[in-house]
Ligand binder design. Structure first.
Ligand code: ZN
Length: 513
């Protein structure tokens, strides 16, 4: 008879009748019998749920011991009672257990008693099952899980099947780049250099490039493409459940059309424009000029007169408080050479790289601190939930589950943000930025490119009619590229409707300085 392992998890609560260790064992042995497998008693691994709850797979002692035993004995088969026994933190089971084992034992067979076929992490059904069980452990109410199943199924119909993103075709449920994929890449490229969405639409229409709808390109078409994370190879499921939103991200789900960095630069450009105003404006220093006398931000003024039938444009930066105006051409002639000279020398300077690196490190530390705080809060909410369950307080129990879910969503956001920061760090190490800007300064610059450089590198400029202008530059690449206010904020943590013996734990402010 072929030998196999079994894996059972012991709940810390009063055993629910279907989940007791004995019942799990019986199911496993019955399943083994049907498959012609033998599971000796000492081959049944029992993990205590208290220690395993919410932990990722590699922190579960018994699961890791099982992995070692399988490698040592070269027995490739293990039976779990059901998916929820395998993993309550979804994908870590695959990352920490299944994939490493598969490398050593290619013919690994992971069975669950509720399925005839061996577990396959690349199978769509298994992914959904793992997601559902993660949800189940988060919202310990069968009604909520029922809703989620309905949601996920509804989600399945629209994603990604019925609406295939522009630039891809769908073959066997997988997205594959098609002949339009180069257009997507081109759109991202143009946008990363500051070309506006409207301008990109015009360029494509002029070149008679067919649009997704077959009609003319519009800036909204471009915007939808620029905002879609699908192009970095990421599949996102948004699961909306009353006030709670869960976002599941599968990275490297299909072939990307653009690299993450290009996407990030494009996002940053959108952010910069919403902070400082548009890029294709003759007012290159828009929102970067401050009056040296009164400290007000300079406004802009467009004037025109007609003389002998010819229109003359006058454009000024003005201080409304001190009541003076500065002609833009004159001012730009003064400021632009200084600005570009500074950028030219600083992008290759070691100090710029060092301060940039330090900035990113500090950034990461703040993110980590916040994640640690949130984990702490999850533990607290969890233990309150356990007490509530023992006392049969349904309301408090659900409130605790709700809180945990909130905190988890915040952690997910921070983790994905942290990944972006890592990406930038990599770009810094590979001299991506200095190369990118060097390349730019060698060419003759379009208005939007000049404005982008100013937004990236100029912190502010103090100006007045009498004094010489004072230029203040950013100390590192990321001060503007990665402003602190981009750190995701805690959302919707007002818990005033919850029983007041549940406290939300304060989240550490994300300020660095
Ligand atoms: Zn003033």
């Amino acid at each position: 008879m072929t030998l196999a392992f079994g894996y059972v998890r012991r709940s810390s609560y009063k055993q629910q009748e279907n989940n007791s260790v004995e019942i799990q064992k019986a199911h496993i042995l019955e399943y083994a019998r049907r498959k012609g497998l033998s599971v000796p008693d000492e081959f049944i691994i029992i993990e205590d749920v208290t220690s395993a709850y919410n932990k990722r797979a590699n922190q579960r002692k018994e699961l890791m011991r099982l992995k070692e035993m399988m490698i040592e004995t070269k027995i490739p088969t293990v039976i779990f009672y059901e998916e929820s026994r395998m993993d309550r933190t979804a994908y870590t089971f695959v990352l920490d257990f299944y994939r490493p084992l598969k490398e050593v034992i290619p013919d690994i067979l992971v069975y669950t008693t509720n399925s005839e076929n061996p577990f396959n992490p690349d199978n769509e059904q298994n992914k959904i099952a793992l997601l559902l069980y993660r949800q189940e452990s988060e919202i310990k109410s069968s009604r909520a899980v029922g809703n989620l199943i309905a949601h996920l199924e509804a989600e399945e119909k629209t994603r990604p099947g019925s609406k295939v993103p522009f630039g891809y075709k769908q073959v066997n449920k997988t997205l594959i780049p098609n002949e339009d994929s180069e257009i997507v890449t081109f759109i991202y490229y143009l946008h990363s250099w500051g070309v506006s969405m409207g301008k990109i639409a015009t360029i494509l229409n002029d070149s008679e490039v067919p649009s997704p709808s077959g009609k003319a390109w519009r800036s909204s078409t471009i915007e939808n493409i620029l905002k879609n994370p699908v192009y970095t190879g990421t599949l996102i499921w948004d699961i909306q459940k009353s006030k709670t939103e869960r976002k599941y991200e599968f990275q490297d789900f299909h072939e990307p059309l653009i690299d993450c960095l290009l996407k990030q630069i494009s996002d940053i450009n959108i952010q910069l424009q919403s902070n400082y105003g548009r890029l294709d404006t003759p007012f290159l220093f828009l929102n970067k000029l401050k009056c040296a006398d009164c400290g007000d931000k300079l406004a802009t003024q467009n004037g025109s007169t007609k003389r002998n039938g010819i229109a003359y444009q006058y454009q000024y930066y003005v201080c409304r408080t001190c009541n003076y105006k500065l002609a833009i051409d004159e001012l730009h002639e003064k400021l632009l050479p200084q600005t570009f000279k500074h950028v030219q020398s600083s992008i290759t300077a070691q100090t710029m790289k060092t301060t940039s690196e330090a900035y990113l490190t500090q950034f990461q530390q703040t993110i980590k601190k916040n994640i640690a705080n949130l984990k702490n809060s999850i533990d607290k909410a969890h233990s309150k939930g356990c007490i509530a369950k023992e006392q049969g307080d349904k309301e408090l129990e659900e409130a605790a589950a709700f809180l945990q879910l909130k905190y988890k969503t915040s952690i997910d956001n921070l983790v994905s943000y942290s990944k972006s920061v890592d990406e930038l760090k990599g770009a810094l190490d590979s001299d991506f930025f200095s190369h990118r800007f060097n390349q730019l300064l060698d060419a003759s610059l379009a208005i939007t490119e000049k404005r982008l450089i100013i937004l990236y590198f100029v912190d502010e400029i103090l100006i007045s009619p009498e004094k010489p202008p004072k230029l203040i530059f950013c100390e590192n690449f990321f001060e503007q590229l990665l402003p602190l206010d981009k750190l995701p904020k805690q959302r919707g943590l007002q818990m005033d409707k919850l029983p007041n013996h549940i406290q939300t734990t304060g989240i550490q402010n994300t300020d660095i300085s």
